[in-house]
Design a protein around this ligand. Sequence first.
Ligand code: SF4
Ligand code: SF4
Length: 373
Amino acid sequence: MFFHVMLTTECNLQCRYCFGEAVDDFSGDFADFDVDYDLPRKAAYDFALLAEFCRKDPECVLTFYGGEPLLCADAIRHIMNSAKPKHFMIQTNGVLLDRLEQEYVNRFHTILVSIDGDEALTDYYRGKGTFRRVIDNLRLIIQNGFRGELIARMTVMEQTNIYRQVTWLLNNSEFPFSSVHWQLNAGFWANDYARRNFKEWSQTSYMPGIKRLAEYWVDYMREKHRVLRLYPLLGIAHSLLHNESSLLRCGGGWINYAIQTDGTIIPCPTMWGMKKYYLGHISHTNPLELKKIFVGPPCIECDIFSVCGGRCLYANVTRRWSKEAYATVCDTVRGLVNAVATELPRIRQLIEQKAISLGDFDFLKYNGCEIIP
Ligand code: SF4
Ligand code: SF4
């Protein structure tokens, strides 16, 4: 099982799509959900309980998560000194990565670092100077011997040209990435759709960009004999090549869970405080016997459910966007699946020619990349 360990609700940045939206959303009611707004701001349980909880699952993976988890560097050290999961990972904005000694950083199997593309775009969304601090820190951890997977984790909305920004992350001379994941800011807040331009942007910019990106991805395989880890493309291609269907691809609620700051287990970090979805507590729940929560309608009636998996449990249960608005998100899923499916004959041909291998599409599933943006 995978567990997001939510160390704090605090963050050192005020990104437009997170802090900015939360302020705007303050008056939005939260349907009929009974939400616990009094949870501790920082992890407030005995970390020995977490180590014991993790010990019961031989496949336990712990991912430090926030807010910004590196605001709690002491807690990270403490947990890494006591728990023995199969892997440690972290999702961070990267600004404080220099605060953690290399003996800890180098033990991370994967670091997911938030970066939205080039300097101008990253700083537009995340605040002036953010990009430079993140890049400096990434250079530092590589210099200090980090050899795990480093995934550029983009948040994407209307100011993003997806093709331009993903290819920039791959090809820039400052810090080229080979693993990129992106997530749409869509269906998350209650009040944003009406004032945004999501529908037009997704149709005229995002989806054509995804198609172009899929072509670029396969051209790269042909020319360099290498499969870039562009997670949304990789995850879909893996399923199509193996003819496999998928449950919710982030794993939320069935193989991937989150641990709140009070030790309560929930299906995913965004379901923070939603009492209806409290699934147990690290002090007494066996990680191998956790209840599973699955998406419901409309996903289970959808013609592409077996490949989409339902996109997002949080969005599915909270329905923050109207049916019509959410249909525009589903169109982006169809666009992504079609873009990969269109390229599948070329991919198969490259595998037959041994330019690449089927194994090049393998990855550690549920590693924090939701696959469906
Ligand atoms: S495309 Fe939309 S409705 Fe269909 S499974 Fe995915 S999220 Fe659900
Ligand atoms: S996709 Fe949705 S359910 Fe999955 S981890 Fe993200 S917010 Fe949670």
